[in-house]
Design a protein around this ligand. Structure first.
Ligand code: SF4
Length: 347
């Protein structure tokens, strides 16, 4: 483990470098089974002399049946199971689960092989179940209001570590025996620890694997990625083939305040962010059925574009703040502020 081999007197940057080096070596040498897509599993088993249908069987065990131990994949030959047992199913080790809302909200703390920890939250509602997934251990974005941001970035998660969090949530749901949930999550938000676009390649591999109709089969429209506003990531997302939802953490309507709260704004000011958002909307042809959200915790609310909505927590005292946001956004993304729909009882 890195924690035991790294010189603790070294600078944080040197320690992070050591950790990344160690982690990359681990990924090269020992991927977990959730790090493989179906093609890679097929290739791996082909090298072992197994026919392609064995890979499809294994894939179904992992993503459809949600089997948590290779020994339980009883339709695979014993010799293959013994060989597969050398590869960890997941590298996440469950340390603790905090339970709230009479069992309907569950927050898991996972320990990674290098000692870092990440959190995953499962929220069960009458009509859906949502899992909030982390994409990095720690975060390098440094937003002042965020505890994770104060940790700094420890490392990026592998695609398998991201995928395994969604699998855990589905297994948890199944164990809870939730009626209608059928052991599956219906919505997934990348809003846990980390900035997904700062770990774009591995994050997107996880999105594709979770979406795969032959496996976990989660619809693209059921997934939402939240970004602090990394313009390059928004541009890349606009060109992807899967139309997953985009949420932007805005938090302040003008640059001075936003830069104070979110250092990323110094690199990508609001004008650049809104220009990228405009291009994203145009490219993904979402106008009219937009699944774009703007998160503005300064006025304790989430603004949704089409349909825009202000929840009840946005009271009359917040109106000035809201007006400031609406004028910024309507300047930026072509939606006139007068079309914002206010559903709050306080308004
Ligand atoms: S990007 Fe998200 S996780 Fe990272 S510091 Fe900002 S709010 Fe926290």
């Amino acid at each position: 483990m890195v924690g035991s081999t790294t010189d603790r007197s070294a600078s944080p940057l040197a320690r992070r470098g050591e950790r990344e080096k160690w982690y990359n070596k681990l990924v090269m040498e020992q991927r977990c089974l959730y790090d493989y897509n179906l093609d890679e599993l097929t290739e791996l088993l082909r090298e072992w002399g197994e026919p392609a249908f064995r890979a499809r069987q294994l894939y179904r065990h992992l993503y459809v049946r949600l089997v948590d131990q290779v020994e339980r994949m009883s339709d695979l030959p014993l010799a293959l199971r013994q060989r597969l047992a050398a590869i960890p199913l997941s590298t996440l080790r469950l340390e603790r689960v905090q339970i709230g809302d009479e069992g309907l909200t569950r927050k898991a703390l996972f320990r990674l092989p290098d000692g870092a920890v990440v959190e995953t939250v499962l929220m069960v509602y009458p009509d859906r179940s949502t899992v909030c997934v982390s994409t990095q251990a720690g975060c390098g974005m440094g937003c002042v209001f965020c505890a994770t941001g104060q940790l700094g970035l420890l490392r990026n998660l592998s695609s398998g570590e991201i995928v395994a969090q969604a699998i855990w949530a589905s297994q948890e749901l199944r164990a809870m025996g939730m009626a209608g949930a059928a052991g599956r999550v219906s919505n997934l938000v990348f809003m846990g620890m980390g900035e997904p676009f700062a770990n774009y390649d591995r994050w997107w591999q996880a999105v594709e694997r979770l979406h795969d109709p032959k496996g976990f089969n989660l619809g693209a429209r059921s997934m939402t990625v939240s970004t602090v506003g990394l313009v390059k990531g928004i541009e890349r997302l606009a060109n992807e083939r899967l139309p997953i939802n985009l949420a932007i953490s805005l938090h302040a309507p003008e640059d001075d305040l936003r830069s104070e709260l979110m250092p990323v704004n110094r690199r990508y000011p609001i004008s650049a962010l809104l220009a990228a958002t405009r291009a994203y909307i145009a490219k993904s042809r979402l106008v009219g059925a937009s699944r774009l959200s703007m998160c503005c915790c300064r006025v304790k609310t989430t603004i949704r574009a089409m349909p825009w909505r202000w929840p009840a927590c946005c009271g009359a005292k917040r109106r000035a703040g809201r007006n400031s946001f609406t004028s910024t956004l309507s300047r930026g993304i072509r939606f006139p502020a007068r079309r914002w729909i206010v559903r709050s009882g306080n308004e």
